[in-house]
Write a protein of this length. Structure first.
Length: 330
């Protein structure tokens, strides 16, 4: 069985080398994203492994299917970079990878604390030997109400971590509903109530048509003045123009983003010598109360290993399941 792994990062290579040997499969690693220029490499290949920057739309799926590809495996949890409906229509198997939620959950808590304690402003002052305190008085998370949107594995881990701070936690899951095991730790409410009563709002839901721009201008009208917004999920969950407007009018007191709408071809690339044509991103970065990191909340050694392992293992599991079904039918 031959596999092409696109978007292979240097830090993944050692895991690919070990895991493909353990599983006994042939993996050809490519550093570039899957594109029209290199899709020819997939001829007579069973499956491909990708990260989130490879946009697998209708045209790409047609090309993959024509080359004989049977299986697309993403080394990510989210699958919004793949046209799932069309892939199924063409008979392609699509799988994702998973990793322990702790890394993203811990990063989320860090972003909350950095926002509440005005870390960016303090750091910038220290860099120019300004050690004054004026304007740097922060807030304590213990006295905040934290609203967690999404109670999947990451949202659940965030809720558990918040127990150590003694704050009130509200939870809302647009897709999963109430989770009885979380009710001792969080009060389940509807989304409007969460927006209205939370001092801090953190997003932990996948990107889908019903969650795109789940925070928008109407949402901000409901929220408290001085709300803190945290997004370590997907940039497209927040409508960018509404976000900028509410930073400018001080509705948002602090904003921490590990993701950004239209981050593709920017994040995870060295763009130091380039002109980056993303005015919204550049404009948001200059605010003293906005922290932006380059989509790295997931990025731990354990998560990288799990992403590669999950992707390669999915090929083997599908082949074994198919062989089992053939034997049963015979």
């Amino acid at each position: 069985m031959k596999i092409i792994a696109y978007e292979t990062r240097q830090d993944e290579q050692a895991y690919f080398d070990k895991i493909k040997e353990d599983l006994g499969i042939n993996v050809f690693n490519v550093c570039d994203i899957l594109s029209e220029e290199n899709v020819h490499l997939t001829r007579n290949v069973y499956g491909i492994s990708v990260l989130g920057h490879s946009k697998i739309d209708i045209h790409m799926i047609d090309a993959l299917a024509a080359n004989g590809v049977k299986h697309i495996s993403s080394r990510t949890i989210g699958l919004n970079h793949i046209d799932l409906a069309y892939a199924r229509k063409k008979g392609l198997i699509v799988t994702n990878s998973s990793y322990q939620p702790d890394g993203v959950a811990e990063y989320t808590i860090m972003m909350m604390l950095m926002s509440l304690r005005k870390y960016k402003q303090a750091m910038f002052r220290g860099n120019v030997n300004d050690y004054s305190l004026t304007g740097l008085s922060g807030r304590e998370i213990k006295h905040c109400t934290v609203g967690v949107v999404g109670t999947g594995s990451i949202g659940t881990a965030v809720i558990y971590l918040l127990q150590a701070f003694g704050c009130k936690v509200l939870a809302c899951s647009p897709t999963l509903g109430r989770k009885p095991e979380l009710e001792p730790y969080a009060q389940f409410v509807d989304l409007e109530t969460l927006y209205r009563e939370s001092d801090i709002i953190t997003l932990h839901i996948p990107l889908a048509e019903n969650t795109r721009h789940i925070i928008n201008e109407e949402s901000f009208k409901i929220m408290k003045d001085g709300v803190v917004i945290i997004n370590c999920s997907r940039g497209e969950l927040i409508e960018i123009n509404a976000l900028i407007d509410n930073i400018e009018n001080s509705k948002i007191s602090s904003l921490a983003l590990d993701v950004f709408e239209d981050e593709s071809e920017i994040y995870h690339h060295d763009r130091r010598l380039d002109i980056i044509a993303n005015r919204n991103m550049a404009y948001l970065r200059q605010f003293p109360n906005v922290v932006m990191t380059q989509h790295l909340a997931f990025y731990t050694e354990n998560a990288t290993k799990n992403m590669v392992t999950g992707s390669l293992s999915s090929f083997v599991k599908e082949i074994e399941q198919h062989q089992l079904l053939v034997r049963i039918e015979c």
